[in-house]
Write a protein that binds this ligand. Structure first.
Ligand code: TXA
Ligand code: MG
Length: 319
């Protein structure tokens, strides 16, 4: 059984310490982690047993927090929507700041943010002193929870469950993308498109439009791919082609001719691997001395299923 209660201060301390807390929002229960702590975020995927890393929504309590999350040219459309619908069930996807860990956004260069209107959620974020990344607090493929007992039924191994008696919408937030001066609906939800269109022009995703890729980022065969060839390591590490980057998930035990090597974890710890996966790919991508990248596999159990799913998608074009 998860420890359950109404102690928001305790819940906030858990978040600040890198632990997970289930908390009520006006839509459904969220499973929250400090958005700036990649290890805490990795545990969200582990606890939910998501088979792939889907990008998460980052929850804020004050408008000024968007300057830590979005890049420094925040569109006026964001401010118009925030003024009309925040706090409330509207999520705004916008190009992200470098500070947001890659695992929060599943390697995308955009981040989803919303300010919930539920007083417990707002107080939790305020006391935690950090934005909170949270998907719905259900296990993968199961129903979104609107009662504390739904969370109890589905999740174990989290620090605290903040209880709430009030009714919830039961439908998740509406998700829109603001990019290139355009508003596009990515997920219908608690706020209708026509209400949004009263504030800014906004269209439904066009199937032929490249933006459609954003609609279900987790479902594409090729998703986040580095801009240089990425191969899954099949043979040893001794005879890699010239200029190879090598990504392992434990400390290097053999001699390698790799130009550069990164270990996402010293000892095959899945939470560490998940937290460091995208950033290790970014480092190799940004290193001009690296021509191609070799990455080791992990065993496909627990979080390892999601890790291998992302590795296969990232290397799909090259294997
Ligand atoms: O009402 C809600 O939105 C609830 C409460 C807890 O806030 N949260 C929720 O989270 O429904 P989740 O993880 O179940 O759904 C998040 C949605 C997914 O469809 C995901 O693909 C999309 O938001 N999303 C997140 N970041 C994105 C991004 N950078 N680009 C496109 N879509 C994104
Ligand atoms: Mg969900």
């Amino acid at each position: 059984m998860i420890e359950t209660g109404t102690d928001i201060e305790f819940a906030a301390k858990c978040i600040a310490n890198g632990d997970l807390v289930a908390f009520p929002t006006e839509t459904v229960y969220g499973l929250g982690a400090n958005a700036f702590n990649p290890f805490a975020v990795a545990r969200v995927f582990e606890v939910k047993e998501r088979p792939t890393f889907d990008p998460l929504i980052v929850h804020i309590s004050e408008l000024k927090q968007i300057t830590d999350l979005y890049d420094n040219t925040i569109s006026d459309l964001v401010y118009s929507l925030a003024q009309a619908f925040w706090p409330g069930p509207l999520t705004i996807v916008h190009p992200k700041s470098e500070r947001v860990p890659d695992l929060v956004t599943a390697g995308l260069n955009t981040v989803a943010v919303r300010m919930p209107s539920h007083p417990i959620a707002l107080e939790l974020i305020r006391l935690a002193g950090t934005p909170i990344a949270a998907p719905s607090a259900n296990r993968f493929g199961q129903l979104s929870p609107t009662r504390p007992e739904h969370v109890q039924k589905q999740l174990t191994d989290i620090a605290y469950l903040l209880e709430n008696d009030s009714e919830m919408f039961g439908i998740e937030s509406t998700v829109v993308s603001i990019q290139g001066g355009k508003c596009i609906l990515l997920r219908p939800g608690a706020i209708s498109l026509s209400d949004i269109q009263k504030v800014v022009p906004c269209s439904v995703t066009d199937k032929k439009n490249a933006q459609d890729k954003l609609h279900a980022p987790g479902l594409l065969k090729s998703h986040y791919s580095p801009n240089k060839p990425l191969h899954i390591l099949r043979d040893g590490v001794q005879n890699l082609p010239t200029g190879s980057g090598l990504i392992l998930h434990e400390s290097l035990k053999e001699i390698t001719n790799a130009k550069r090597h990164i270990s996402t974890s010293e000892s095959l710890n899945m939470v560490e691997i998940a937290a460091n996966l995208f950033s290790s790919l970014h480092i190799m991508e940004d290193d001009a001395a690296i021509n191609q990248i070799y990455i080791a596999s992990v065993e496909e159990i627990g979080l390892g299923v999601a890790i291998m799913d992302r590795i296969r998608k990232a290397s799909y074009r090259y294997n």
